[in-house]
Ligand binder design. Structure first.
Ligand code: SAM
Length: 196
């Protein structure tokens, strides 16, 4: 009961539709013993920061779908947004969460079973927000950014998840190697592409 209350309080930072999804997703994950989702999905505070940065940005690419909680949150937060998400590992648990989100949200999400370095497909729109939450080691994290740099819209925002996390020093090393001049926002690093 106390844990449930703590969870509800932590979700206050999220837009109501996203918070509602997180409550249902967490209940489902607990019931099904889906530890991967409970442990790996972006935490509410970081998600709230990500969604604030995404405001007004309709063409979103996520690297590292996992079980699609953050994918769904990004789509739920703006009915005009389309989210393309990359992950070579097709996790079957994700279907239950996509069902929870509903068909109208599902049709604005495209899941690609490809690695983060695959880059855009022909005809994809310029990326207005790139969320990097795939491999957290130095070289792969830098390679993911490089694969997408040319696909960014003017003024696009790039968010590196788990920046400064003691378990993932590679993220901060990658940001440093890339020479990105951005800012830390909680557990994430935010960089803006030039407005051109
Ligand atoms: C931390 S989880 C993503 C969590 C998800 N973004 C969320 O908040 O709900 C990291 C994911 O990156 C995926 N991954 C691993 N290597 C990858 C690669 N080369 N390209 C894209 N995704 C990758 C893993 O399979 C895993 O599902």
């Amino acid at each position: 009961m106390r844990a449930e209350l703590r969870l509800l309080l932590s979700l206050r930072v999220l837009p109501p539709r996203v918070a509602g999804f997180y409550v249902r997703a967490r209940r489902r994950a607990s019931r099904d013993g889906d530890r991967f989702s409970l442990d790996s999905a972006a935490r509410p505070q970081e998600l709230a920061e990500l969604l604030a940065l995404a405001a007004g940005r309709r063409a979103v690419v996520e690297l590292g779908t996992g079980t699609a909680w953050s994918t769904i949150a990004l789509a739920l937060a703006d009915p005009a947004r389309r989210v393309i998400s990359y992950d070579p590992e097709l996790r079957p648990e994700r279907e239950a969460y996509l069902d929870l989100a509903g068909a109208a949200v599902r049709e604005r999400i495209e899941l690609r079973g490809e690695p983060d370095t695959a880059g855009p497909h022909a005809g994809d729109p310029p990326v207005e927000l790139l969320f990097i939450d795939s491999l957290h080691e130095r070289e792969p994290a830098a390679a993911a950014f490089r694969a997408w740099q040319g696909a960014l819209a003017a003024g696009a925002v790039v968010v590196f998840h788990d920046y400064g996390h003691p378990a993932y020093p590679g993220v901060a090393q990658a940001v440093s190697d890339l020479g990105l001049d951005g800012r830390r926002s909680g557990g994430q690093f935010v960089w803006r592409a030039p407005a051109r």
